[in-house]
Every structure is written in structure tokens, then in C-alpha cells.
Design a protein around this ligand. Structure first.
Ligand SMILES: Nc1nc2c(ncn2[C@@H]2O[C@H](COP(=O)(O)OP(=O)(O)OP(=O)(O)O)[C@@H](O)[C@H]2O)c(=O)[nH]1
Length: 389
């Protein structure tokens, strides 16, 4: 096969290995056909023009290379992107045009903020951010009034090429001023989270991971499972990855070292790229997927498939890998426990669909759907802790 073949794209995932439809032309999509997508939690991307909203969405969820974003046109209408059917993590991302005025009376804030799980406000760190802060304050006040459960996330963006000192100074200043603004408006109780991001490194994936994690109701359970799995297997750090986007949906409770996260992300790329070359596109990532990489600093990276969309990537010392049998046994227990967690979630969803739910219950449920799509059976699930050898 030549690289000029139409079907072959350098640096791309297999075609079926991505997210659902995306409105490439920046036009508003048809309302979703399935009623389910209407109830899917939303992540809103807001901020001034050219702050980098569309670039973030394209790089994280559509594998666009950062350099290509230079040619993105300005967004003129709200672009809705369904991160759904083929993904394990289900939600919608709404990319807003920078020029949209949230405080206009015609802006349907009930509809926009009502079903929103998280609002990501993007601020260009390379630009003068006075105007951005004013817009941020107005947006938060409006959104909080409609839906006090929204998680507010500020991406201090385009921090590539900025010195560490300036980054920290910008973060401190933006934090201080936005908190003061909200205090003045009598809204001290609103919690804001800040992230320094750039599409030119892994920081944007890390930040998005944290946004998504806050919307996963099962996160504490997943963390607990990892906390049990790791010490019993001689592992230093483990991430549970959504393979398509490379955002991690959970990790153990030890602090995240950016370098470790980058290594694990790169490992996923290596595995998928090699698999795509040596197997058919459909099986680039399947139940047989596992990989071991020995680094030259006595460290091992170990990847195992958890299900069609999730992979566990672990970092451990080489000498601890002598007990691979124990690690593999513990991993199987861990994987079983994970599938039970998601089966429960799936059952709950089915029950909700069957009963005539009242609207309030639906609006309140802003947790991201993370479910197994390929259960062979749906037997009664008994909640139990994983067996660890
Ligand atoms: N240096 C740098 N440039 C970035 C980054 N992210 C986006 N950009 C650039 O910023 C410019 C604007 O990006 P867009 O994604 O179109 O911005 P937007 O916020 O969607 O703009 P509107 O659609 O007009 O609201 C593009 O030229 C991107 O290449 C980043 O992390 N670092």
C-alpha cells in the first residue's frame, strides 16, 4: 500500500476507531435523532474569538495535528460534537463562536446551561485577558443562576513558549481577579478550577481528562480499584485510558507526574500504530491487545486491554515484573470488577429508560455515561471487591 492511497492517512486512527459524526463545516448539526443524546451531559467550550476552542476540540477528539489548526476558520454557529456510540465515554461538546453574546435576552440560557455538566472557558494567555475575564464573569453568573451544578473549568491556553514563571504569574493573576469578580457579585461559593494548557503538548489532554473525570459518577470506585490493584502488583502508577482520545478516565490516588502521563500516552500511540500496520483496521485494539516496553532507566511500561475502548497502562520497576503472573492475575480481577461497575451503570440506565421518569431527575443526572457496549449477557451483578493475590 502506498502512502498516496486514498484510504491511508498518516498519523490517523483506523476509520472505525473514532468518535461519532462531526459537523466538519462548522454548521449547526441537526437535532440529535436519538432522545438519549438530548440527555447526554454537555461540555461547553466558551471564550473569546481565536482563543483556541475549536483547536482544542479538534486536537483532543479528532486527532488533528496542532499545526493544522492554523488553518481553522472562525466558528460562526454553535458546533455540537457527539462523543458517543463508538466511544466508551459518552457526552456532547458544544463549541461556541467567540462572538456569541451570552447575556443577550435572545440567548436561550435555560436550554444551553440546563443540561450542561461542565463549562470550559478558554483564555488566551498570550493576549490581553481583561475582556476575557469580563466575559467569563458574566457567563459564570448567568450559567450558575440556571444550573448551580455546573463545573467551571478555566483553560489558561496557548502557554507554549511562555516561561514557567510567566505561566504561574498569569495563573495567579487570573485566579485572583476572577475570584474577586465573583465575590463582588456575591457568588463566593462557586468553585473554579484552573489549568495551564497548550495543544502543542500533552497538557491539553491532561486538562481534559480532569474535566471529564469530574463528570464520571463511578470515579471514586475506579480510583479505589486502582488503589487496591497497584500496591498488590508492585506497580508505581497506573492510568485507565479512553484509547481513542487518550484522556485518562481514572488513575490511582498518587500524584500525577506529567512525564509519566506523556510516556503512557505515547505508548498508546505506538501500540495502535503498530497494530494498524500488522493487523486489519478492525482489530487494531482488541481483547488480545497488550504490550510491554522496557525503558533504559530500569522502568517498564505495561499496557493491557480492559475492553474495546479502555486500556490500563502501568509504570513499574523492572525487578517487579518478575512476578508477571501475579500482575496478570490481579489485572484479570481488576478487569472483572470494572465490567461489573459498568454493568451496574448500564442496568440503572435501562431502568431509568423503562420507568416514566420525571424531568427533574433527568436534568439532575449530569454524569457521563461510561458503559460497556458489548455485554454478552446481562446477568445479575453482585457488587464485590476484586480478589487480589
Ligand atoms: N500557540 C498556540 N496557538 C494555538 C493554540 N491553540 C490554538 N491556537 C491557535 O489559535 C488560533 C485560533 O484557534 P481557533 O481554534 O480557531 O480559535 P476559536 O476560539 O475556535 O475561534 P472562534 O471560532 O473565532 O471563536 C489558531 O491559529 C490556532 O492554531 C495553542 O495551544 N498554542
Amino acid at each position: 500500500m502506498s502512502y498516496e492511497d486514498e484510504d491511508y492517512h498518516v498519523d490517523s486512527f483506523p476509520k472505525d476507531f473514532g468518535y461519532g459524526a462531526y459537523d466538519q463545516d462548522g454548521l449547526e448539526m441537526e437535532p440529535n435523532s436519538s432522545s438519549n443524546s438530548e440527555t447526554k451531559p454537555r461540555i461547553l467550550l466558551m471564550g473569546l474569538r481565536r482563543s483556541g476552542k475549536s483547536s482544542i476540540q479538534k486536537v483532543v477528539f479528532h486527532k488533528m495535528s496542532p499545526n493544522e489548526t492554523l488553518f481553522l476558520e472562525s466558528t460562526s454557529k454553535i458546533v455540537k460534537d457527539d462523543i458517543n456510540n463508538s466511544s466508551f465515554v459518552q457526552f456532547q461538546i458544544w463549541d461556541f463562536p467567540g462572538q456569541i453574546d451570552f447575556i443577550e435576552p435572545t440567548f436561550d440560557s435555560e436550554m444551553i446551561f440546563g443540561g450542561c455538566g461542565a463549562l470550559v472557558f478558554v483564555i488566551d494567555a498570550k493576549d490581553d485577558y481583561n475582556e476575557a475575564l469580563t466575559k467569563f464573569k458574566n457567563t459564570v453568573i448567568k450559567a450558575y443562576k440556571v444550573n448551580p451544578r455546573i463545573k467551571f473549568e478555566v483553560f489558561i491556553h496557548k502557554v507554549d513558549g511562555i516561561s514557567d514563571d510567566s505561566k504561574m504569574e498569569s495563573q495567579r493573576d487570573i485566579h485572583q481577579r476572577s475570584s474577586d469578580d465573583l465575590s463582588e457579585a456575591g457568588l463566593d461559593q462557586i468553585h473554579l478550577s484552573f489549568h495551564l494548557t497548550s495543544i502543542y503538548d500533552h497538557s491539553i489532554f491532561e486538562a481534559f481528562s480532569k474535566v471529564v473525570q469530574k463528570l464520571i459518577p463511578q470515579l471514586p470506585t475506579l480510583e479505589n480499584l486502582l488503589n487496591i490493584f497497584i500496591p498488590n502488583s508492585g506497580i508505581e502508577k497506573a492510568f485507565l485510558f479512553d484509547v481513542v482520545s487518550k484522556i485518562y478516565i481514572a488513575t490511582d490516588s498518587s500524584p500525577v507526574d506529567m512525564q509519566a502521563y506523556e510516556l503512557c500516552c505515547d505508548m498508546i500511540d505506538v501500540v495502535i500504530d503498530l497494530s494498524s500496520i500488522y493487523s486489519s483496521e478492525e482489530t487494531a485494539f482488541d481483547s488480545g491487545s497488550s504490550s510491554l516496553i522496557k525503558l533504559n532507566n530500569n522502568t517498564i511500561l505495561y499496557l493491557r486491554e480492559v475492553n474495546k475502548f479502555l486500556a490500563l497502562v502501568c509504570l513499574l520497576r523492572e525487578e517487579n515484573f518478575n512476578r508477571q503472573g501475579v500482575i496478570d492475575y490481579n489485572f484479570i480481577c481488576f478487569r472483572d470488577a470494572i465490567s461489573e461497575v459498568f454493568e451496574l451503570r448500564l442496568k440503572r440506565q435501562k431502568m431509568l429508560e423503562n420507568v416514566d421518569q420525571d424531568d427533574d431527575e433527568l436534568v439532575d443526572d449530569h454524569g457521563i455515561t461510561i458503559g460497556c457496549s458489548n455485554h454478552e449477557n446481562d446477568s445479575t451483578v453482585v457488587s464485590r471487591a476484586p480478589k487480589i493475590a
